[in-house]
Design a protein. Structure first.
Length: 425
């Protein structure tokens, strides 16, 4: 391994000196420490590794002149840098580890495993369950897999405030699926960071913009580590984006055209439909976010994705803020959230539509993907592309709205008793 910069001799050993030794291995350009690095690579953590501390003390006592002391310190410091001195990892690596499965989303994930993936997947795969509290995960496993060949599925323990357990969790998987929300209220970046360190792929089911913004900060780290990090890989984010991608692909292959617009409609629910506890907690977390975060959430292009139109002189259209002269990219009316918040009839299809709970999130994800395809492959969904998303109202609701607007509503309040179904404007 080479020699580090020679350290000045000291008479009294201070833990701050030890921290400086660790910090000296930070990139020489003084890049900010990542979440995992902040928790692990510090003097406080190294202090717990007594053999390394003793070896460093001997090296300091010898003023860096003892070859044997250098060798001993290098051996222990290498173990510190690769986490092996404190790891409880048994060396087994599962294809998939599901983290946070003791809640409702975890229950749905296990149900999918049991009913679909484990029965129909053309290739067999190994998996383990994981969570902060082993007893809760064990209860879920025993209830769902009792009497099946998976009743003894391995359970791993990891908690965000125990960085070593998170590192071990990342080492134990080829892919981690994190369903432990609300993501905005947890230190989930530590798990993503650990995955980036050891080359494990990661996905979650978040629909929270503050969390998406936090994960973007780890993009370069994940790229260097060879990890694929894919937050929002479910109903929020992924479904709309994949469908738009397929529509754009079809339009390009069959007609040689880009998309000008795409509109997504969600249909489902009913009188008994509602949000899960986790979804409600996520909404609460976003509602109570700091003003700076809320301002970013209100920006339709907070995740990027702007492909600006040009005026006749080839200049990007901008808005100029009075008094400051600050310029921002001009946002078309069709891009604004206000369009998504209204009940109305689609001018292109004639369908009646209403606000969709995921539209404000999904539109931002699709815009980002559009710009990424433009920047990385020069194949955006469309250079003038716009995506909107709504809840599709059933025909009888549209008819009731039309009747009310024309003054012909009959049947006395509540839409004439639609067989137990209710529609609210």
């Amino acid at each position: 391994g080479g020699r580090w910069a020679e350290m000045a001799p000291v008479q009294v050993y201070e833990w701050s000196d030890l921290a400086n030794v660790v910090d000296s291995f930070e990139d020489e350009a003084s890049k900010p420490l990542s979440p995992l690095e902040k928790m692990y690579f510090n003097g406080s953590m190294l202090e717990k590794y007594e053999p390394c501390v003793d070896a460093l003390q001997k090296l300091l006592d010898a003023e860096g002149e003892d070859e044997e002391a250098w060798n001993a310190f290098e051996v222990h410091f290498d173990k510190f840098m690769d986490f092996s001195w404190c790891s409880n990892w048994d060396g087994k690596r599962y294809d998939i580890v599901l983290y946070g499965v003791s809640g409702y989303t975890g229950y749905l994930t296990i149900e999918y495993l049991k009913r679909v993936a484990l029965k129909r997947n053309p290739e067999s795969f190994t998996f383990a369950l994981a969570g902060r509290t082993v007893s809760k995960v064990e209860e879920m496993r025993d209830r769902e897999f009792a009497g099946t060949e998976w009743e003894d599925t391995a359970i791993l323990q990891a908690s965000y405030d125990d960085v070593v357990s998170v590192i071990d969790l990342a080492k134990s998987a080829h892919v981690i699926i994190n369903v432990a929300g609300p993501y905005s209220l947890a230190q989930g970046e530590v798990l993503i960071d650990a995955c980036a360190h050891v080359g494990t792929h990661y996905c979650d089911v978040s629909g929270e913009l503050p969390w998406s913004l936090r994960t973007l900060e780890l993009h370069e780290h994940a790229r260097q580590g060879g990890s694929l990090i894919s937050p929002s890989s479910a109903v929020a984010g992924a479904v709309a984006d994949v469908l738009v991608y397929l529509c754009a692909k079809k339009a390009r292959e069959d007609y040689g055209e880009e998309l000008r617009r795409a509109i997504g409609y969600g249909l489902g629910g009913g009188a008994s439909a509602g949000a899960s506890g986790g979804t409600l907690a996520s909404r609460g977390a976003m509602s109570s976010a700091a003003d700076e975060v809320r301002k970013k959430m209100a920006d339709p292009f907070t995740l990027g994705g702007f492909i600006p139109e040009m005026d006749r002189n080839g200049i990007k259209e901008v808005l100029i803020e009075p008094g400051t002269g600050r310029c921002t990219m001009k946002i078309r009316k069709e891009e604004t959230d206000a369009v998504l918040s209204k009940i109305g009839k689609c001018p292109y299809t004639g369908h009646w539509r209403a606000p969709n709970m995921y539209s404000y999130f999904n539109t931002r994800i699709v815009r980002r993907s559009n710009a990424m395809f433009a920047n990385l492959e020069d194949r955006p969904y469309g250079r003038n592309f716009n995506y909107q998303e709504f809840a599709l109202l059933p025909p009888e609701a549209g008819e009731a709205i039309e009747a009310a607007k024309s003054g012909g509503a009959k049947g006395g309040g509540g839409g004439g008793g639609g067989g137990g179904k209710g529609y609210r404007g």
